[in-house]
Design a protein around this ligand. Structure first.
Ligand SMILES: NC(=O)c1ccc[n+]([C@@H]2O[C@H](COP(=O)([O-])OP(=O)(O)OC[C@H]3O[C@@H](n4cnc5c(N)ncnc54)[C@H](O)[C@@H]3O)[C@@H](O)[C@H]2O)c1
Length: 321
């Protein structure tokens, strides 16, 4: 049997670690490109992910470098069957502090890696990590992929929509290449980025510290466990049709921040103490995925209930203390 080979950009980040591990576990060959950047959280966590991947799968190749560096990317796509492009600067709030860097990494980086993929005869698929943030506040909920996504609330959201539009336009040149753009809805789970709400809240509750809740807690989010996202990435890699096509990967069951806090409290075994703070610039009022397209075309559906998912975060936070 021939081994399938993939380039996974951002492969030592949160989602990248899980996707790389799943590909390696099913016997595929994985090459990772990651710059181990210090944003939006410390490099040490990426080194740990890289070490854990190498320990479990000695065959993994990990290259250090930027997705904006065409000369660095070119040799890494040689001979691959496709690319999973997860590298990017994540995070709505920090994107206001450095919008130019977000645009460079997320938009230029996508164009650079996709150009390299298109120049590689063996590469048949380019999976793009996009985001629910492309919908902003103006899209009717639940958000469907064909709804307009033209009023981003942050430079991060704009950079993700920009990356999608660049990929859409570039796919006209090579229409046979499969280019699923996966709009992830707030992903959580073990190894989650430390600045994200679920990790922060869990850490603080386990230390009996109060947590800051944005606004009155009515803001809603569609939380999706990283194992469901990983299955969705593999389903798109293996089964998405030719051409550019966006897919929502979400739970389809949004909950309020207040409900999230109660559920984390239950998982942590504590009664949460909360402080209310202003909603930061760029955060949308609600995210809510219409997941009919991913169900129909990728045979994908989320499986991890929030209660069970939060237990995996608790176990991870406790074991990494
Ligand atoms: N986690 C979520 O809730 C979520 C939601 C929607 C979309 N996304 C997208 O999914 C992807 C992965 O997100 P994540 O949560 O795993 O974030 P992450 O920050 O853990 O992973 C991103 C990885 O990209 C790497 N990277 C950053 N700049 C790079 C560059 N110039 N060259 C090479 N590598 C670079 C980082 O070092 C990191 O390892 C990102 O594109 C993000 O925008 C994430």
């Amino acid at each position: 049997m021939t081994v399938r080979r993939w380039l996974v950009t951002g492969g030592v980040g949160f989602i990248g670690y899980h996707v790389s591990r799943a590909l390696l576990s099913r016997g595929d060959a994985v090459r990772i490109l990651d710059d181990f950047s210090d944003a939006p959280y410390p490099t040490a966590m990426k080194r740990r992910n890289a070490d854990d991947l190498r320990r479990e799968h000695a065959s993994v190749e990990i290259a250090e470098g930027s997705v904006t560096d065409a000369a660095r990317v070119a040799p890494l796509v040689e001979g691959v069957d496709g690319v999973v492009h997860l590298a990017g600067l994540a995070g709505v709030r920090p994107s206001f502090a450095d919008p130019a860097r977000y645009v460079a990494v997320n938009v230029e980086g996508t164009a650079t890696v996709m150009s390299a993929a298109q120049a590689t005869p063996t590469a048949k698929v380019f999976v793009l990590a996009s985001s629910s943030s492309v919908y902003g506040n103006a899209t009717p909920l639940p958000a469907a992929e064909d709804a307009p996504a033209v009023e981003p609330e942050s430079p991060y959201a704009a950079s993700k929509r920009g990356a999608e539009l660049v990929a859409l336009s570039m796919s006209r040149k090579a229409p046979a290449m499969r280019v699923p753009a996966l709009r992830f809805f707030t992903v959580y789970g073990p190894r989650q980025r430390p600045e994200m709400a679920i990790t922060l809240f869990m850490q603080r509750m386990l230390r009996d510290e109060p947590i800051d809740v944005f606004g009155d807690g009515s803001m809603r989010r569609d939380f999706t466990h990283v194992s469901d996202i990983t299955r969705g990435v593999l389903a798109a890699l293996d089964g998405a049709p030719a051409g550019f096509r966006p897919y929502n990967l979400g739970s389809g069951s949004p909950i309020s921040l207040a409900q999230l806090v109660r559920s984390i409290g239950e998982a942590a075994g504590v009664t949460p103490e909360t402080r209310h703070v202003a909603v930061p610039l760029g955060d949308v009022e609600a995210t809510y995925a219409d997941i009919a397209r991913a169900r129909a075309e990728l045979s994908w559906a989320p499986e991890v209930e929030l209660t069970r998912g939060l237990e995996t975060v608790r176990d991870w936070v406790v074991s990494s203390r």
